[in-house]
Design a protein around this ligand. Structure first.
Ligand SMILES: *[C@@H]1O[C@H](CO)[C@@H](O)[C@H](O)[C@H]1NC(C)=O
Ligand SMILES: *[C@@H]1O[C@H](CO)[C@@H](O)[C@H](O)[C@H]1NC(C)=O
Ligand SMILES: *[C@@H]1O[C@H](CO)[C@@H](O)[C@H](O)[C@H]1NC(C)=O
Length: 188
């Protein structure tokens, strides 16, 4: 009994069954500390307007918590991809269990659908609301303690991907889609 209670508090540590696609997506989003974010480049030609992928530290909540499912980020306008977002805030974020020990342990290649990965698209938005900013800070600084020491003159701010579309690869048979509603309602 106490064990079950503990598990409930600590959050899931095992990947949900592959047919529970929305739960798998939440599990991947919560398990990963970073993701690759693709923006539409605002740099000089010839790259302007082209996709541009870059690494960002993310967190949907403190580690081993239930997680919110919302990928929060800590950004500065000095960052090259953030300049892209100022021109066009549409972005795609991908996260994979290849970023954890899971796929290596199972012997799954990162490109294998068994090495579960998720692709989000949506709009990167500044977190304006104080309650949500407090949560974003707790979510990010607990996983990325170094953030607390990043240079204050860079004017860091909290942001999130407001998810509009979700794709999941967690098994054979092709990519699956999950609606944001299914995703946020799922117990990870
Ligand atoms: C997202 O892309 C659409 C289509 O190009 C564009 O109309 C819209 O302004 C973009 N949204 C933001 C917030 O940049
Ligand atoms: C602020 O954000 C929190 C968490 O997302 C939400 O529960 C709350 O309703 C929001 N408050 C306002 C005033 O938007
Ligand atoms: C995403 O944006 C919509 C429209 O502005 C808003 O209603 C919704 O609460 C946002 N979702 C999240 C997770 O911030």
């Amino acid at each position: 009994m106490w064990f079950l209670l503990l598990l409930g508090v600590a959050g899931a540590t095992e990947i949900p069954p592959h047919e529970d696609v929305a739960r798998v997506a939440r599990f991947v989003a919560h398990s990963c500390d970073w993701g690759a974010l693709a923006t539409l480049s605002a740099q000089d030609p010839p790259v302007r307007g082209q996709p541009f992928a870059n690494v960002f530290s993310v967190s949907d909540g403190p580690p081993r918590s239930r997680g919110s499912g919302v990928p929060y980020m800590y950004l500065t306008a000095l960052e090259v991809s953030v300049r892209d977002l100022q021109m066009d805030a549409n972005a795609s974020l991908t996260m994979s269990l290849a970023q954890t020990s899971y796929c290596k342990k199972q012997g799954y290649d990162p490109q294998s659908p068994l090495c579960a990965h998720v692709i989000f698209s949506g709009i990167v938005e500044k977190v304006q609301n104080g309650t949500e900013a407090d949560f974003a800070k707790k979510a990010l600084f607990s996983r990325h303690p170094e953030m607390a020491t990043w240079p204050p003159d860079h004017n860091w701010f909290f942001a999130k991907l407001n998810i509009t579309n979700i794709w999941v690869l967690d098994y054979f048979g092709g990519i699956k889609t999950v609606t944001p509603q299914e995703y946020f309602n799922a117990a990870p």
